[in-house]
Design a protein around this ligand. Structure first.
Ligand SMILES: *Cc1c(COP(=O)(O)O)cnc(C)c1O
Ligand SMILES: [Zn+2]
Length: 422
């Protein structure tokens, strides 16, 4: 059975008009966003728990549900990341059962490898020779790496104030790297104009309908790794809101093709207070967010005008989930808490998720007994700046036993003598 019998069209999310599969992203009639439509009955016949379990230990195990021909894939080994039972963190924040979906271990250390895997396969299937993106950092890293592995021309556009780890994390693959004086929203506007003039596959613009589908694999993996069932609550970070909405789509599809029971998961989103258009709208009980000018250390989430903000807010309503926002200081606490309790070093987006989760448990919005999965979407070595002054200084010694013993007793005396806080 060919891949093309599984996905059949692009469909407008607003007016439901359908379009043939092509590198287009918005409806000609109402300008609504286009989304891939599938033949779920065909997928259902071709897909079982066993057939998936027998597949590769990457997101390509879900190839029947991906809107591209896997023949065109650039396989860096993306996805099927660990779902870690986080008992020490659960105890620290007051939950009975918590899982960490650890997407820091992807090839370029963020969940963006999922969306790029699908986008670049589709771009190659469409015959594009150059791949491009507008990025807050992680997407640029992933696009540059995949393009390098495919031997494709690559253009990545980023704001000029990103962390060193994100800039070098792209530059090392030698793409055409462009830093733009402005915010991500400025970069995105520029790239939308460029996409009309140049025949490049902008993964998150003209190929966005396919790109976005890659995030559904987070939902598939969580369900499979929990033993073919959905959890009671999921907390995910939100920038454009795309990943947050696609995880839920993935869980619903798994039910639709007969792999799990109907999911009842409450879906919650997390943002930094310094860029919180979606969480602010949720707090104000409206589906219409007001764009913001980002000012936060969580640069990977710094999208002031989120493309999927409206759909994210609708999903909170529909699933009984919510949204929380946290200060930059809380983001740092969240990063440290996750590292110290579970041995997972997340970037700022992970700090946003853990700190928001903690607030939702503290407020009672997530009750203690609700089994929860937290999405940790990127690795911490790319955002060292956020924590470099927040970790304990090492004990510095001469290479002798005496020096070590002396320094260590001095350190322990300091700790013993330090004032006890209540
Ligand atoms: C891009 C990104 C997200 C969220 O992206 P969406 O635009 O909401 O899909 C979350 N975490 C990290 C680390 C990211 O790079
Ligand atoms: Zn339409």
């Amino acid at each position: 059975m060919s891949a093309s019998s599984f996905h059949r069209a692009l469909k407008c999310r607003e007016c439901s008009r359908e379009y043939e599969i092509a590198p287009i992203f918005s409806c000609e009639y109402c300008f609504g966003p286009l989304e891939v439509a599938y033949n779920y009955d065909t997928i259902r016949e071709a897909t079982t728990r066993d057939s998936i379990a027998a597949g590769p230990k990457t997101l390509w195990r879900y190839a029947n549900l991906l809107p591209c021909d896997p023949e065109y894939r650039v396989d860096l080994g993306v996805g099927y990341t660990p779902l870690i039972r986080a008992d020490r963190l659960a105890k620290a924040i007051g939950l009975d059962t918590l899982w960490i979906k650890n997407d820091t271990v992807n090839p370029t250390w963020s969940f963006k490898d999922r969306v790029v895997s699908v986008a670049i396969a589709k771009a190659r299937e469409f015959g594009f020779e150059a791949i491009a993106c507008a990025s807050t950092g992680n997407l640029a890293n992933s696009v540059a790496a995949h393009a390098a592995a495919a031997g494709m021309e690559c253009l990545v556009f980023i704001p000029d104030d990103l962390e060193k780890g994100k800039v070098v994390g792209s530059a090392i693959y030698n793409p055409n790297l462009v830093t733009v004086r402005g915010s991500y929203d400025d970069v995105n506007r520029l790239c939308t104009e460029l996409s009309m003039q140049f025949n490049w596959a902008f993964v998150n613009i003209n190929v966005r309908p396919f790109y976005a589908e890659g995030s559904r694999t987070l939902g598939y993996e969580i369900a499979e790794q929990l033993g073919w069932r959905a959890p009671e609550h999921i907390v995910a970070p939100m920038a454009s809101g795309s990943m947050y909405t696609k995880i839920w789509k993935g869980l619903q599809e798994f039910h639709q093709v007969g792999l799990i029971e109907e999911p009842k998961t409450r879906m919650s989103g997390a943002q930094a207070a310094g860029c919180s258009p979606i969480a602010t709208a949720f707090a104000n009980n409206t589906l219409n967010f007001v764009p913001q000018k980002p000012d936060t250390i969580a640069k990977s989430l710094a999208i002031g005008n989120p493309a999927d903000g409206y759909y994210a807010l609708k999903q909170m309503q529909e699933t009984g989930g919510g949204a929380e926002m946290v200060t930059d200081a809380e983001v740092v606490e969240g990063i440290k808490l996750l590292a110290e309790t579970e041995g997972v070093f997340a970037e700022t987006a992970g700090g946003v998720t853990i700190a928001s989760l903690r607030k939702m448990v503290q407020s009672g919005f997530i009750p203690r007994h609700e089994e929860t999965v937290a999405i940790i979407s990127g690795g911490g070595l790319k955002t060292i700046e956020a924590v470099v002054d927040e970790v304990a200084a090492p004990l510095h010694v001469q290479p002798t036993v005496e020096s070590f013993v002396e320094a260590r007793s001095a350190q322990q005396a300091r700790i013993a003598g330090s004032p006890v806080t209540a």
